[in-house]
Write a protein that binds this ligand. Structure first.
Ligand code: GLU
Ligand code: MG
Length: 436
């Protein structure tokens, strides 16, 4: 018998799950042209398995159109199956983008930014996760010992990432229980989110290969620090390729364009939060004193700000390297939806010419409401349910998001909240540890 290698064409869906369909690798050329069938109701499969009430039921046909530049093929050993997948867009049968496809949503936001403002975006997703193959110990944070005890995982994982063409940056033991962090170099546009999918999936593949697993769940237990996804991003002029983020003559180095873009992101942060922190446990992580993000504040090198201005170590490279980090994201969100949402809000800021973002000094929780109000600072939603209500109530980003995607997402997520309504926070964390 000769084994048949299988290639999966996948989407990272409303639940932030990577799902798709496979074909024999020998049909590669043909399938890369024609794709593979898909079903609208698949978008309503929650991270916990049950299907939310679907507007489509058993009706309708779509297809997944593979994007060749996203193909990943890594052989972790000679006897196991190759990890071979390619990300795709969900399309109508006539080839038009399907309104609910997260990857097309991100592309819509990127196209609008290009057409209306001549701007492109570079982004990199920084991920934290827990690895099961290491014993939990206190005092493991950043410890060389915690690096040693994870054995061959990191080398296997980074080898797989390199083979997949991902730009390696850092790997480290993080603060939380069994927690590690991976950072990678920036990519342009949609590719940044494609890379985020590879970063998550290859961590799973490397851990699986060693008989273990990883969890990117936002928080593993209510008392722990969370697993953040920090989205690093910067803008550049599409004509010249030059970065447009830094201006030494402005406070904190923000250019006018960047200040306006960030102003939009901050003003709308509570309304699109559900797209970046999408699970019923996400808000447990987004609380003060956890080094995540609890307010819509802009911080200068502040690791609890909603958006942080990142440090540049080499002052001579400040123009190229000056960039920002959105911290209120986690891996329960599809990277396409998360990046698409923050770009849609930044775009709204540029379109409407909102007040430029200003750095907020200090930790918001230490100030009274009057002071916060005067600075436009608001606590982010305390629950997913509240985040969905705010998303529903605000229509300013609807032109980019689209009403079909927005309604499907809200219905999906409200159903998921119901599924876990009877559970305690501890039990909810347990469920999500396995889901992500
Ligand atoms: N674990 C923190 C979070 O949930 C981030 C810690 C850090 O890397 O600054 O976002
Ligand atoms: Mg970290």
């Amino acid at each position: 018998m000769t084994r048949e290698e299988i290639v999966m064409i996948c989407t990272s869906d409303l639940a932030g799950q990577v799902r798709g369909k496979g074909f024999p690798a020998c049909d590669h050329a043909e399938r890369m042209k024609k794709g593979i069938g898909w079903t609208p109701t698949n978008s309503m499969i929650t991270a916990l398995g049950a299907i939310a009430p679907s507007p489509w039921g058993p009706f309708g046909d779509l297809f997944l159109r593979p994007a060749p530049e996203t193909e990943v093929r890594v052989e972790l050993d000679e006897t196991g199956a190759a990890t071979h997948f390619v990300m795709g867009d969900i399309c109508h049968l006539d080839g038009r983008d399907w309104e609910v496809c997260p990857r097309s949503f991100l592309r819509r936001a990127i196209q609008a930014l290009a057409e209306r403002h001549g701007l492109g975006v570079k982004a990199a997703f920084e991920h934290e996760f827990a690895y099961s193959g290491v014993e939990e110990k206190t005092n493991a944070s950043y410890a060389l010992d915690a690096f040693r005890r994870q054995g061959a995982f990191a080398e296997t994982y980074l080898g797989a990432l390199r083979e997949a063409g991902v730009k390696l940056d850092t790997f480290m033991p993080e603060y939380g229980p069994r927690q590690y962090e991976i950072t990678v170099g920036p990519d342009e546009g949609v590719k940044a989110a494609d890379t985020a999918v590879a970063v998550r999936e290859l961590a799973r593949a490397a851990a699986h290969h060693l008989g273990h697993s990883v969890s990117f769940s936002p928080i593993l237990r209510p008392s722990a620090v969370g697993n953040g996804v920090h989205i690093h991003f910067s803008l550049f002029d599409l004509k010249t390729g030059e970065p447009v983020n830094h201006d030494p003559s402005h406070p904190n180095g923000l250019s006018k364009t960047a200040a306006c873009f960030l102003g939009g992101m901050l003003a709308k942060m509570d309304t699109y939060l559900a797209f970046t922190a999408s699970s019923p446990i996400s808000c447990l992580r987004l609380t003060p004193n956890r080094w995540s993000a609890a307010y819509n504040n802009l911080g200068y090198r502040d690791r609890e700000a909603g958006i942080r201005i990142c440090p540049v170590f080499d002052a001579s490279k400040i123009r190229e390297q000056f960039h920002f980090e959105y911290r209120a994201a986690d891996a329960s969100a599809s990277p396409y939806l998360a990046l698409g949402a923050i770009l849609a809000a930044g775009l709204w800021g540029l379109d409407t010419g909102v007040d430029g973002a200003k750095v907020f000094d200090g930790a918001p929780q230490n100030f009274d409401l009057g002071h916060l109000d005067a600075h436009g600072i608001r606590r982010l939603p305390l629950t997913l349910s509240e985040a969905l209500d705010r998303l529903e109530a605000d229509s300013d980003l609807d032109a980019i998001i689209g009403s079909t995607l927005k309604q499907a997402f809200i219905t999906h997520k409200r159903f998921e909240i119901e599924l876990t309504a009877e559970l305690s926070d501890e039990e909810r964390c347990e469920r999500y540890r396995d889901a992500y």
